[in-house]
Design a protein around this ligand. Structure first.
Ligand code: ADP
Ligand code: ZN
Ligand code: MG
Length: 490
């Protein structure tokens, strides 16, 4: 890949459209009663229907359709009252039926949009072309000694394919779109959004054109990007590959690429001439999907508060910065935890809400990532205890250092912060005279340093403060320590 100068890069505008596949959290598969979800044992959750044995008949899973409608409503789509299924015919070892049931001309949801936040406070709308119902194929396991093995557990799993308009203009925007869509399907509870495990998969269509040009360039499609980083890197790489090609007098060919994560580049999989002719036709074994107004109304009433709305509300209601609200709402459970904790504070003030946010963003997220769990399953961390810690701190009963100790004790031994602080006598010393006695005893034998401080070595202040804190066992009120030290050092 030749190095392209920033000036040349700046002449071009990337155009990107993403196709996402979301695996749904239904309890059974799309067209049979096999258990949906992961199984360790290959080919344990299969039946003649999802394997496509002759003479079997598929049946539509109502939950599959309802989840599509829910996502359609959350993305401002129109919902088609009557749509059909189609057969997409191709041969592959992991497709024992020889075709995939999908939707073609008349997807259940169409013409919607999603708002993404490109940078703090700066929004952009990305059009949604369509959302359609389909089923997944099985999984081929290559390179197992000399054999290729096939696991059909995934065959017939319900998917939604979500196709965006070519409205995305950079790899960073594509990344934001992915993050937003993942957050959305998780808020709706329809997909766990796990890219690494393949429950959310992304194909990226990329082209470039000279800025100011109104026609799109020829696109290439990058298949199966299985992490956020790979989405961003593969798109960036492909953009530069197109530009380098055009700048050197070449032409972009319409090909399907794949991202080679170990070589960190895209590689050609097949060209348009090799593209499949899927011979779509209407699925004869299934009737039409009819969506009634009442069902749409019911789904609309089930829509939860959506991520962006929740983020803006937290900013508004609690006076916390957009940055904080953004991280809190990445995971709905974390945002709910924050709100629950705030509701338990003894004083409802923006200052304390910010303390709660700080605590969640630093101490709590640290523990969650260490233990690789989400807040919803972290039983050792409850809102009540966090509210106690924040109250103790805000009431100047404990210092931030003691607060951390109290928290660590709570998380590992379940001791309530209030109890621990009173049992251990950790209450902050806020009695002026007592703090003064501590300050004076800490300054004993420090004549030399005091002299240096007075002659201008101001940075010794930190040294004095930490000595006072040490003498007090970390319990002296820092505000008073500061004030009294300054006074006595004059
Ligand atoms: P195809 O017929 O090749 O599947 P579609 O028109 O169905 O192409 O579009 C598939 C995806 O490619 C959509 O997400 C769409 O936004 C995107 N797309 C279409 N044209 C372009 C283009 N010129 N550059 C980038 N993306 C594009
Ligand atoms: Zn089955
Ligand atoms: Mg297409």
């Amino acid at each position: 890949m030749p190095d392209i100068s920033p000036e040349i890069l700046a002449k071009y505008e990337p155009v990107i459209g993403l196709e996402l596949h979301a695996q749904l959290l239904t309890s059974t598969k799309a067209f049979c009663s096999c258990k949906a979800g992961y199984s360790d044992i290959p080919n344990a959750t299969v039946c003649p229907i999802c394997l496509g044995h002759p003479g079997t008949l598929p049946v539509v899973n109502t939950k599959h359709v309802e989840m599509a409608v829910l996502l359609g409503l959350a993305t401002q789509c129109s919902i088609r009252p009557i749509s059909a299924f189609a057969r997409k015919n191709y041969f592959y070892p992991d497709l024992s039926k020889g075709y995939q049931i999908t939707q073609f001309d008349d997807p259940i949801c169409y013409q919607g949009n999603v708002t993404i936040e490109i940078e703090e406070g700066s929004m952009k709308q990305i059009g949604i072309t369509r959302i359609h119902l389909e089923e997944d194929a099985g999984k081929s396991l290559h390179d197992i000694d000399i054999d290729t093995l096939v696991d059909f557990n995934r065959a017939g799993m319900p998917l939604l394919e979500i196709v965006s308009e070519p409205d995305i203009r950079s790899a960073a925007e594509a990344y934001r779109y992915m993050v937003t869509m993942r957050q959305l399907v998780r808020y709706l509870g329809i997909c766990d959004g796990n890219l690494e495990e393949g429950s959310l998969r992304c194909d990226a269509n990329v082209s470039v054109r000279l800025k100011g040009n109104s026609v799109f360039g020829t696109k290439t499609e990058i298949k199966n990007l299985n992490s956020f980083r790979n989405v961003e890197k593969a798109i960036s790489y492909e953009i530069e590959r197109h530009i380098a090609l055009i700048e050197s007098g070449g032409e972009v060919r319409q090909v399907t690429m794949q991202w080679d994560a170990s070589a960190q580049c895209t590689k050609e999989m097949r060209s348009k001439e090799q593209a499949h002719d899927y011979r779509y036709f209407q699925e004869p074994d299934l009737g039409y999907v009819r969506i009634e107004e009442q069902m749409i109304d019911r789904k609309r009433s089930q829509l939860p508060e959506l991520p962006l709305a929740m983020k803006l509300r937290l900013q508004q209601q609690y006076g916390i910065p957009g940055y904080d609200a953004g991280i809190l709402t990445e995971d709905k459970d974390l945002a709910l935890f924050f709100e629950h904790t705030c509701s338990l504070l003894s004083v409802q003030s923006k200052e304390r809400f910010k303390f709660v946010s700080n605590w969640v963003l630093t101490e709590i997220l640290k523990i969650l990532s260490e233990r690789k769990i989400g807040i919803a399953t972290a039983e050792m961390i409850q809102p009540k205890a966090i509210a106690e810690i924040v109250d103790l701190f805000a009431d100047e009963k404990i210092s931030s250092k003691i607060a951390k100790e109290v928290f660590a004790e709570y998380v590992s031994n379940g001791i309530s912060p209030n109890e621990y602080v009173s049992q251990k006598g950790l209450m902050q010393i806020s009695d002026r005279e007592e703090v003064e006695r501590i300050v004076l005893s800490a300054l004993e034998g420090e004549e030399e340093n005091i002299e240096k401080y007075r002659s201008g070595k101001n940075n010794l202040m930190g040294y004095f403060i930490s000595k006072v804190m040490k003498v007090s066992g970390g319990k002296a009120n820092p505000r008073l320590v500061n004030e009294l030290l300054t006074q006595h050092l004059q």
